[in-house]
Structures are given as C-alpha cells and as structure tokens.
Design a protein around this ligand. Structure first.
Ligand code: ZN
Length: 604
C-alpha cells in the first residue's frame, strides 16, 4: 500500500496553510515526485506568450503518420512536452475532496470523515499551488494534527493529489522510461494506444509507474493510471487515475484525477483507506476576455413610468444600488472561477423558481436569477435577487422536489427582504485576489433570518406543485442527517450559511418529520445521490451542464453511495465545435438513479 506519509511534508503543509515561506516550499520540493519540480532552463521561453491553440495542434497533425511504434513514442513524448508548454501560463483551480473510509458490514466502505482543499495551481516553472481556504488554517491544522493525523501519523498534502497531471514534468523521455505497447482500446469514442511505462534503472526517485492511453490521431496522452516509484524514505505516493479532455483543438487538458487507497479484504491491515476526487477547472480564466461586456449591458429592470428622463426616486435609487451590488458580486465570483457562466443548468433552476413564484403570487420588482457555484461543498446563498447553488449540492439532490426545497429557502430570503449586501456596490470591495474570495465575500444570514426563511419556504412549497413531492425532500434531509457527522468538510459552506450545525441538519429540517423512514436496504428508495451524479463542469470555460446518462440499475444497498466520492469514467470524445457549444434541452431535473456517463457508477 502506498500513501503520502511524510513527516517532512507535514511541516510544509502547515506553513503553506499559514502562508508559505520559501524554505517550506523548498522542503516540499525535496520530497515531491520528480515531475512537479522546477524545470529551470530547459524551457526558457515557457513564460512567453501562450502558443495559439490551433497552431501547435495542427503542426503536429500535419506531420506524416508514424509508421513504427518507435515513431509513435517519439510523437507521444513531443505532444506531452507541447502540452506542458501550452499550459504553462495557466493557473487552473484545483479542488480535492477526500473521504476517509471505514468498513460498514452492510454498506461496505463508507465515509468516516472528510477533507476539502481548494486552490489555484501554477503550471509555469514548477507546479505550485495557492489556497482559497486560508481562514480555515487553525481549524484545519488542529483537525489534521490533533485528530486523524495524530492517530495515523498521516498527512494529506493538497498538492499530492494533483501530481499526476503530467507523466513527468521534467524527464519524460526514453532515457528515463521503458515503453511497452500493450494494445489498442477505445475510451469512449476515442481509439487509443495503450502503453505500460516503467522507469529505467537509476532513473531516480518519484518516476511514473503505470499505464498511459494515447489517442491515435495526434498522439496526446488522454489518461494516466498508476503511481510514482521509488519514494524517498518516509514518503509514499498515492495511486491515481488521471483523465484529460479534448477541450481545445489539438490539446487534451488534465481534468479529473481519482485517487484511492485501502484494502478491506479479510486479514488486510486496515490502517488507512480513502477515496478522493480532484477536479481542475478555470484554465481559461486568465485569458477570459471582456468581449461579452457589450452583450452584458443590462436593461434597467426598474421600470421608470415617467415620460421624461429624470433622477431616480429614493426607492428606485435604492434598487439600482442593490442591483449594482448584486452584479458586482456575480461578476467577481465568475472571474474567480467560482461561478459558472450563465447557462442551461440555470434554466432548470429558474424553472423551479418560477413555479414557486407563480403559484405563490410572488411579484418582485426585479427578477430572480439563478447561478451555479462551481465547487463541491453543499451550499447555497443569495446575493440580491440572485440565488446561487453549488455544483455538489445539485449533484446529490434526488429529484425536482428536493431541488425546490433548496431553492425555496433562498427565494424566501429574497421575498422577506433579507438580502441587502449593498456594501458590495462599492467597487473597491471587489478588488482582491481570487484566492482571497472567501475572506472578502460572505452572504451569511443571522439565525433569526434563517428560521424565518425556512418557515416562509415551507409555506411556499405547500402552495406549489411540489407540495406532493416533499417526501423525497424530507428523505434527503434524513439521509443528510445520517451522514452529516462524517462529512463536515463537505458541509462547510464558504460563502453562505451552513446547512448543518454541529452535525445536525438545521436547514428545512421540519420537512424530515413528515417523511417516510430512511431505509438504506430499500433499493427503490433513493434519498441522495453520489457526488458528480448530475452536473458536468467544463474545465476549460467553466460552463456547467446536466449529465446525460443511462440510469444504471441499483442492485444492492452498496450501490447507492449517497454523498460519496466515486471513480471518474468520462466518455471521451474529440473536440468539435458542436460539442463545445452543445445545448442541453433538459427541462427539469431528471429523477433519481441517473448515474452519470462518467462517474458514480461503481466500476468494479
Ligand atoms: Zn438562509
């Protein structure tokens, strides 16, 4: 069993959380695998302007097709170097969510506790990261050192989960690796050549050991599966399965990494077991152009009924001011990669909000909008008239009734006039680094407003078409309650109010009382879905869409995996302009048991 168990790195981790010093970074590098280390002078111009997306891809495509396996390997190596160069000016967001597992006799390995990391990865000279969650320093340090870490002398490093974005950052070549052709294989729509890679003797520490899948047109690596060899003393590497997507012409962009350790077979030493999902997105943030500003000009929604132009009335001015605050926040979050651009998932959320509004005769001076937060922790908040729901929360909701429950709470805040937040109308308050978002923005309500919003929300739900569907919403709350004590990281809201307090579900908890009994053994009772079950996030442009997949039959209680992390299995396809602008026409959230094209199907 391999794992990152590194006392030296423990130091680094804590210091990094407390804002890194140079020494700490040096320490870290000393024990990281070879590939994320600085490349120094080998690629002198990598910080220069970005290569154009099509140029290099096409340059490669125009080469004569290789005729021998040796030529293929040369192309694979060249393409990997090309990708490293292409990505070097970029700083994607990297999110790792990890669940430590304990064996449950009935349900198999289930989460025992969890960890969450969110940062930006700098892919330039070396691979480095900066974290969004600085305010949690103390908590995380205490938690890691005092709790789990102390018990098992174990330390997770956020960076450790993203090592496998490249095979080998510095030395991916024939001098360091043996390539063994294994076979051809389709991954999704893409025909691949499969190679097993072993480091040469004396290739050094931290070399990749495992399998790569290479698409057979331009010879880009599309998947890596394995670990790193020859760890230094006290240093272990995780096993990883790393996937890339063809999101720009000519390049396959590192998107998902699944890691897993642990052995629950009889007699196995059950010291440490976990599964973790790492997602990368926001690759194109730095180059996101303000082009669409022209189309973003907002037609003022405050109706001015007077025939001649004049100054706003005090009330109209107040509303404009609120609108400005709301727009500032939405734009800032989008720029930080934390909010998906407006899109099709919003339309689904919007439909549910409209249903609630119409049946409750709610007529607001400004329309309610909905947006998706790109992160996994289960949270919602609203700013002005914009309701934001996290990707992770939409993922785990079993049906439209439970989505209505989630949205009704935020709609209630809007209806009750709780959302002021006008301090954000001042633009200086938007000037902070992306990583400092959580320190600079916050939309938490006082407990009295939370209670009032729940009460109002339940009223609205009972008068809506969802009145008959509140059993599933209540069941969802019960399922959440049964797992809440183990999922504190997933339930830690970063911008809005927590759904739970001290391991107890507080949000909309009243709905649980009228719901049927929760029974994991009842196979047709789907109270909550695994993470990744519904929403697909495009790592390049941050757009979200609803996963379209054939439901997979649930055959045992272990298949349900509520709130759990599962392996990634994206259906690979080649870049096409059609797929890039694909439009999901789904009108509403499909009912439960839709397991994704990719993810939450058990693969073993
Ligand atoms: Zn609230």
């Amino acid at each position: 069993m391999r794992k990152v168990m590194n006392k030296m790195n423990m130091n680094w981790m804590i210091l990094a959380l407390l804002a890194v010093t140079m020494t700490a970074v040096a320490q870290q590098s000393a024990s990281a695998p070879q590939n994320p280390q600085p490349v120094a002078a080998t690629q002198p111009d990598q910080t220069a302007s970005q290569p154009s997306q099509t140029q290099s891809g096409q340059a490669q495509a125009n080469l004569a097709p290789p005729t021998t396996m040796d030529q293929v390997i040369d192309r694979v190596i060249a393409q990997e170097k090309e990708l490293i160069k292409f990505l070097s000016p970029r700083t994607p967001i990297v999110e790792t969510y990890l669940q430590n597992l304990a064996q449950d006799p009935q349900l198999g390995p289930i989460p025992q506790n969890d960890h969450y990391f969110l940062g930006r990865m700098d892919l330039s000279e070396s691979i480095d990261r900066s974290d969004f969650l600085k305010s949690k320093d103390e908590g995380m340090e205490r938690h890691l050192l005092g709790g789990f870490a102390k018990k098992f002398k174990f330390q997770y490093q956020p960076l450790g989960f993203s090592w496998m974005i490249f095979v080998d950052r510095t030395d991916f070549d024939r001098q360091h690796y043996n390539f063994h052709y294994a076979r051809r294989e389709f991954l999704g729509d893409v025909r691949c050549l499969v190679f097993d890679l072993t480091p040469k003797k004396d290739a050094g520490h931290g070399r990749f050991l495992g399998r790569i899948w290479v698409e057979d047109q331009t010879f880009n690596i599309v998947r890596l599966n394995g670990t790193y060899e020859h760890p230094t003393r006290n240093n272990y590497y995780f096993h990883m399965d790393s996937w890339r997507l063809n999101l720009v012409p000519g390049y396959w962009v590192p998107s998902y990494i699944y890691s897993e350790e642990g052995d629950f077979t009889a007699g196995a030493k059950n010291k440490i077991a976990f599964k973790a999902q790492t997602r990368m997105w926001g690759y194109n943030l730095k180059t996101a152009t303000p082009n669409d500003e022209l189309t973003n000009i907002r037609v003022d929604s405050v109706k001015d009924s007077t025939p001649t132009a004049q100054d706003a009335t005090p009330l109209a001015a107040e509303r404009e001011w609120q609108q400005q605050a709301e727009d500032n926040v939405v734009e800032r979050l989008e720029r930080a990669g934390l909010l998906a651009p407006a899109g099709d998932v919003d339309k689904i959320l919007q439909t549910v909000v409209n249903n609630l509004e119409i049946t409750n005769n709610i007529d607001l001076p400004r329309p309610v909008r909905t947006r998706v937060l790109t992160t996994s922790p289960l949270e919602t908040f609203s700013v002005g008239n914009t309701i934001v729901v996290s990707r992770g929360l939409i993922d785990v909701l079993p049906d439209e009734g439970s989505l209505a429950m989630v949205l009704s709470h935020e709609l209630a805040h809007i209806v009750l006039g709780h959302n002021l937040g006008s301090q954000y109308a001042f633009n200086d308050r938007m000037l902070f680094s992306d990583e400092a978002t959580y320190q600079n923005l916050g939309f938490k309500h006082i407990p009295e407003e939370e209670t009032a919003a729940d009460k109002k929300a339940i009223e609205m739900l009972k008068a809506s078409p969802y009145a008959q569907k509140l059993d599933s919403a209540g069941l969802f709350i019960k399922a959440l309650q049964s797992r809440a004590p183990q999922l504190s990281a997933l339930l830690q809201a970063h911008l809005g109010n927590n759904i739970t307090e001290n391991g107890m579900v507080t949000r909309m908890a009243a709905l649980a009382t009228s719901a049927p009994a929760l029974d994991w053994n009842k196979l047709d009772q789907i109270a909550a879905l695994p993470l990744g079950a519904r929403v697909k996030l495009n790592p390049w442009d941050d757009k979200v869409e609803i996963v379209k997949a054939q439901p997979v039959a649930i055959t045992s209680a272990r298949d349900k995996m509520p709130f759990e992390v599962t392996p990634f299995y994206p259906r690979l396809s080649r870049f096409s302009t059609a797929s890039a602008s694909a439009i999901t026409t789904t009108a509403a959230l499909p009912t439960a048991a839709t397991t994704a094209d990719a993810s939450p199907t058990p693969t073993n």
